[in-house]
Ligand binder design. Structure first.
Ligand SMILES: Nc1ncnc2c1ncn2[C@@H]1O[C@H](COP(=O)(O)OP(=O)(O)OP(=O)(O)O)[C@@H](O)[C@H]1O
Length: 280
């Protein structure tokens, strides 16, 4: 297996200094070149798991391996694309994308050629000399994806990369990300609270239970041989994920609202964008 998450556990201290278990015995195996999403209620530990894979945080127990190597610290072979593009405002698009290659001491011309190739893939060839403030949110996120891909990572970790974008831009970026994924065959681990996004993008969806976060169910998304998934398949898969999550969302609501909890299961719907409101 390309990514192996073996018995991962993680706790954090809350305001009262009590230790709260956030991730409990997480075991996941991801094949090379696959596209896996994690969905689950807000606070179930999706980002925490992603940071552990990135090496940005350390687990209390268990082990993570990517391409056979044990994860002990952050590295360019496990890049993260966050919700905020986080570009350097004083650098142009091209300079932002070549920044990591410069640190790797790649010759300037080689780095430039590589960056231009990737920028073409994300349809930003016309904007190489622009500065981040001159770009839309979607374009900034494309630069962030290009900056990650130029490092030729073993795995691309994406933490709600499109959740700040409007629906139309998100759709365009979904299409582009799938094109990139098919072209580069990069392994993608994608965290989202948007069920439809997970269904449209990934081959496998890992549904998390919450408090503590653990795997509730793993769903394979029917493959799209011609690249286009019929609406009926999307809706059916979304509905399956939603029904698995319903119990978890109710658990969160009950805990947060105590005796005031009066929701009925049929009051929990996703909105038209596939989002689940503030509880997922
Ligand atoms: N550094 C930290 N210190 C203390 N608690 C933390 C820390 N990081 C995360 N937590 C807690 O761990 C839990 C899981 O957080 P995490 O961000 O991983 O959840 P999530 O599923 O990604 O949520 P969301 O969908 O809202 O982003 C939350 O209760 C959060 O408050």
């Amino acid at each position: 297996m390309y990514l192996t998450i073996d018995g991962i556990e993680k706790s954090f201290k809350n305001e009262k200094k009590e230790s709260i278990k956030v991730l409990d015995k997480i075991n996941i195996e991801v094949e090379k070149g696959s596209f896996v999403s994690i969905v689950g209620p807000s606070g179930c530990g999706k980002s925490t798991l992603l940071y552990l894979i990135a090496g940005l945080d350390k687990a209390d127990a268990g082990e993570i391996r990517v391409a056979g190597k044990k994860v002990v610290k952050p590295g360019p072979e496990r890049v993260v694309v966050f919700q905020e593009a986080g570009l350097f405002p004083w650098l142009t698009v091209l300079e932002n994308v070549t920044y990591g290659l410069k640190l790797k001491k790649m010759p300037k011309e080689e780095a430039k050629a590589k960056a231009l190739d990737i920028l073409k893939m994300v349809h930003l060839s016309r904007y190489v000399d622009s500065y981040p403030h001159q770009l839309s949110g979607g374009m900034k996120q494309r630069v962030a994806i290009a900056r990650a891909l130029v490092m030729e990572p073993d795995i691309l970790l994406m933490d709600e990369p499109f959740s700040a974008l409007d629906e139309q831009t998100r759709m365009v970026l979904h299409k582009e990300l799938l094109e990139i994924w098919r072209k580069t065959k990069v392994t993608i681990f994608f965290v989202t609270h948007n069920i439809r996004e997970a269904v449209q993008l990934s081959e496998k969806i890992i549904v998390f239970a919450t408090r503590p976060g653990k795997i509730k169910e793993t769903i394979s998304v029917p493959s799209m041989k011609d690249g286009v998934m019929p609406d009926s398949v999307t809706l059916h898969t979304e509905q399956r994920v939603l029904s698995i999550l319903q119990e978890e969302i109710e658990k969160v609501l009950k805990e947060e609202m105590g005796n005031d909890y009066s929701f009925k299961t049929n009051h929990i719907h996703r909105d038209d964008s596939g989002d689940m409101g503030s509880h997922i």
